[in-house]
Design a protein around this ligand. Structure first.
Ligand code: ZN
Ligand code: ZN
Length: 255
């Protein structure tokens, strides 16, 4: 089989994407990319799959198309804990996201909201973010951490070197390595070179994701692939659930 890059993370109209499953498949064919659908499965996203019954309907539909079956689960939301094993086994791979961070006092800070607790500094936020990422890696049965550099809107203007100190980068990479969770090079929230290099050097598997929601975005993983190659990652080592399996497939009966 000729090697083909996998877009491990794209959205359809099952959540907040604009394309049908069929249209995602068409766009991927144009790019020569193996498509995956990773629609939101969470109760804390605006347009999303938010019940176990809808997860079953979603998987039924994906099984009618030449597409890998995935889902993007919010760590801070409870729904991923409720998915029964017989449905878990129908996913090729599962994507985990830190769409919110829990502060030490229990407050949730959402990545897509401008509202942050008064007095929360970038440093305190990032410390909480890394601690939350560590607990995510220990606890959550997923194969990929989506967009690892996504931070709350109020801190996106802060200098990258201030947010991503060497200690924080090392802790994130170490947590992913220990858990066997892949680091996504997202085309939507592009990570900085230094962090990806740190992940590669540590032996963390790299995954490519368009995080595409529109016709223009879906399956476009040209830049993530170029970045992985520039850092010396071999094509066949890029995460492909058909080749590398899924660590969430805990009952060993993958389709
Ligand atoms: Zn996301
Ligand atoms: Zn996404």
């Amino acid at each position: 089989m000729k090697w083909q890059p996998v877009d491990c993370h794209a959205h359809s109209t099952f959540s907040d994407g604009q394309l049908s499953v069929e249209q995602v498949v068409e766009r991927a064919a144009l790019y020569g990319v193996q498509p995956s659908l990773a629609d939101h499965i969470s109760r804390d996203v605006a347009r999303t799959i938010d019940t176990v019954d809808e997860v079953a309907i979603y998987l039924d539909e994906l099984e009618r198309h030449p597409v890998l079956h995935s889902g993007e689960f919010c760590y801070h939301d409870h729904l991923w804990r409720e998915i029964p094993g017989h449905l878990v086994r129908r996913f090729n791979h599962r994507v985990g996201s830190l769409h919110a961070v829990r502060l030490p006092d229990g407050t949730i800070v959402r990545a897509f909201s401008r509202h942050i607790p008064s007095g929360l500094t970038a440093d305190a936020y990032m410390d909480a973010h890394i601690a939350y990422a560590e607990s995510f890696a220990q606890e959550m049965p997923v194969d990929i951490l989506a967009h690892p550099t996504l931070v709350a809107m109020s801190f996106r203007h802060v200098d990258r070197d201030e947010l991503w100190t060497e200690e924080r980068e090392t802790r994130l990479v170490e947590a992913l390595y220990k858990a066997g969770i892949a680091f996504e090079i997202s085309n939507r929230y592009q990570p900085h070179d230094r962090l990806v290099r740190r992940a590669v050097d540590r032996g963390v598997r790299i995954s490519l994701g368009s995080d595409g929601h529109t016709r223009e975005q879906v399956a476009d993983i040209i830049r993530p692939l170029a970045m992985a190659r520039a850092l010396g990652v071999r094509d066949e080592d890029l995460y492909d659930p058909r080749r590398h399996g899924s660590r969430t497939d805990w009952q060993g009966d993958r389709r």
